[in-house]
Design a protein around this ligand. Structure first.
Ligand code: PHE
Length: 336
């Protein structure tokens, strides 16, 4: 009896149907009212008790083999067309399109503006060495101005750190390229600062560098004015004396935002002016450090925080939002 079922099982497994009729014959032979399976189930009561378990298992295996065979083969003979099977009037699945992160949107805008006047983009590592982040930029060890940027050092090697500004890219580029140099260095920077609505330990900068013969402060001012006009539609700027170790003279740039709305009053603290970047003429000591002839060449540099600019452009109040990946915030930038 048990061998008989084994034979049936291999017959079922080996079965192929040449036509829909053959398949129907197969179905009737096994699953029909007077089919093989019903006969076998009916014979169950005559099976000796000690064989009942093995017998039961075997006919169940056979039953499953028949069912899956029928399913496999009938798919091949289906005459239903796709349109009959599916409801073509059903609305499609909505396709969620992604969008750019606001930091990237604004970075790209800024890059485009400077590209139009001959700048190209330069890249560099986020994990830097002391030389490119500090020393080459006229910030030797123990220089007090190192404290202006609280630094994350790598514990095992104090020579390695997370770059605190993208000026490090400029140092690298100047070492490897001859003037004229006209580059932008956008990227992520790191400072060991407490996270709050106004400051973050990770943020993005975009810095510019121009080195050539006879580059003057007037060139710097013109370039920045062109930039503020293009980005904000505002051409009134002022430069306040400031200090950076790598530039001399140095300045802080304010753009006149105006006092037209209540928001203008709030964000400019009633002055109408907003600080947007630091800049200056590259210190000859920096040029010497990177092997550029400081008697022949001069240049300017500027740098700004991208988050700050995005917050101004889109009236956002909390820098932490940029790093939370909250879709409710990100989706608002999708169409831009
Ligand atoms: N590197 C400066 C900073 O991170 C910005 C800057 C760049 C200032 C170039 C002057 C010139 O604060």
């Amino acid at each position: 009896m048990l061998e008989k079922i084994d034979e049936l099982l291999s017959e079922v497994e080996g079965f192929t149907a040449g036509s829909k009729d053959e398949l129907e014959q197969f179905r009737i032979r096994y699953n029909g009212k007077k089919g093989v399976l019903n006969d076998l189930f009916a014979a169950f009561k005559e099976v000796p008790n000690e064989q009942k378990k093995a017998y039961g298992q075997k006919i169940n295996t056979l039953k499953q083999a028949v069912a899956s065979k029928l399913e496999d083969l009938s798919a091949g003979f289906s005459t239903e067309t796709f349109a009959e099977r599916e409801d073509l009037t059903r609305p499609g699945m909505p396709l969620e399109l992604g969008g750019r992160h606001p930091i990237n949107l604004v970075k790209n805008k800024i890059v485009d503006i400077f590209k139009s006047i001959g700048f190209t983009v330069a890249d560099g590592p986020e994990i830097e060495d002391d030389w490119h982040n500090f020393t080459a930029l006229n910030l030797p060890e123990y220089h007090p101005a190192r404290d202006m940027q609280d630094t994350f050092f790598i514990e095992q090697n104090p020579d390695i750190l997370l770059r605190t500004h993208t000026s490090s890219v400029q140092a690298r580029y100047m070492e490897q390229n001859e003037p004229p140099i006209r580059i932008l260095s956008p990227g992520r920077v790191f400072r060991n600062e407490a996270v709050s609505a106004r400051s973050h330990c990770i943020f993005h900068q975009i810095e510019g560098l121009y080195i050539d013969e006879n580059v003057s402060f007037a060139d710097l001012k013109q370039t920045i004015q062109f930039f503020t006009t293009e980005l904000f539609g505002k051409s009134k700027i002022r430069m306040r004396p400031s200090y950076f170790p790598f530039t001399e003279p140095s300045a802080e740039v304010d753009v006149y935002w105006g006092l037209n709305t209540e928001t203008d009053y709030r964000i400019t603290k009633g002055t109408g002016w907003l600080e947007i970047m630091g800049c200056g003429m590259v210190d000859p000591a920096v040029l010497k450090n990177v092997g550029i002839d400081a008697d022949k060449y001069s240049g300017y540099a500027f740098g700004m925080g991208i988050e700050r600019i995005v917050m101004l452009l889109y009236q956002m109040g909390d820098i932490r939002m940029f790093f939370e990946n909250d879709l409710r915030m990100l989706k608002q930038f999708r169409a831009l």
